[in-house]
Design a protein around this ligand. Structure first.
Ligand SMILES: Cc1cc2nc3c(=O)[nH]c(=O)nc-3n(C[C@H](O)[C@H](O)[C@H](O)COP(=O)(O)O)c2cc1C
Length: 211
């Protein structure tokens, strides 16, 4: 993947100057507490994996699993990724994302659209350090591997299997998704129940929809 170094530098410049925690959105939106409860019921202490989709530089949809590490009072979802990954670079250019949580035991689908913002700088970003500390040693090691998606050359190098480094490396990025649409489909009742919330003038508006 060309341009990683430049991409990372650009992120650093942008993130230290532009990206500030968002404070213009309604706190505790109506959908949030039941979403949190459902995640807790479905996953308990297990990782809260969801599908994150975006559009790459060629206009092709891309989707992959990531883990939701944290949710805040505005309903923003936080995940971490490698700053050198395709998704990190693509989100810099086109930050619109679609997320899907399928909570199989509850028969609930949550679709959440929003905008992603990545953070690489330690400045004003205690969440980044906290998230780094919360990773397992094995997960931390991945940020010292070669760039994700680069061609694997068997040069016999042994990649680190674990890391207890207390400082996040430059490759460690945390990203926040600020939702602007939540669509809940509940398959338990028949007919199914579908509700959509959209954000208008900073307030969440609820709309019942046909499933
Ligand atoms: C269950 C599961 C959880 C994952 N969690 C993450 C994650 O939290 N962050 C991440 O960057 N990649 C995660 N991955 C790997 C991604 O799905 C993906 O393979 C990788 O990030 C490269 O994606 P990209 O080329 O679109 O950037 C996870 C994969 C699985 C199967």
């Amino acid at each position: 993947m060309p341009g990683h170094g430049a991409g990372i530098l650009l992120w650093n410049v942008i993130l230290t100057t532009r990206a500030q925690p968002r404070n213009d959105t309604e706190m505790n939106p109506a959908w949030l507490s039941s979403f949190e409860e459902s995640l807790q019921k479905e996953f308990g202490d297990r990782p809260r994996a969801f599908t994150l989709a975006n559009v790459d530089s060629a206009g092709t949809p891309q989707a992959r699993s990531v883990i939701c590490r944290h949710m805040d009072a505005t309903g923003a979802l936080w995940f971490c990724c490698d700053a050198r990954s395709e998704k990190a670079l693509d989100l810099l250019r086109a930050p619109a994302v679609a997320c899907v949580f399928w909570l199989a035991s509850l028969r609930l689908q949550y679709r959440i659209n929003g905008k992603a913002t990545g953070y690489l700088s330690d400045l004003n970003m205690p969440q980044r350090v906290e998230m780094w500390k919360a990773l397992s040693d094995r997960s931390r090691a991945m940020f010292f591997w070669p760039a994700p998606g680069s061609t694997r050359d068997d040069d016999g190098r042994k990649l680190p299997e674990s890391s207890n480094d207390p400082h996040p490396p430059d490759t460690f990025e945390v990203a926040r998704i600020d939702p602007n649409m939540v669509d809940l489909l509940d398959l338990k009742p028949h007919p199914h129940r579908r509700t959509r919330w959209i954000i208008q003038d900073r307030l969440w508006i609820e709309q019942p929809l046909n499933p």
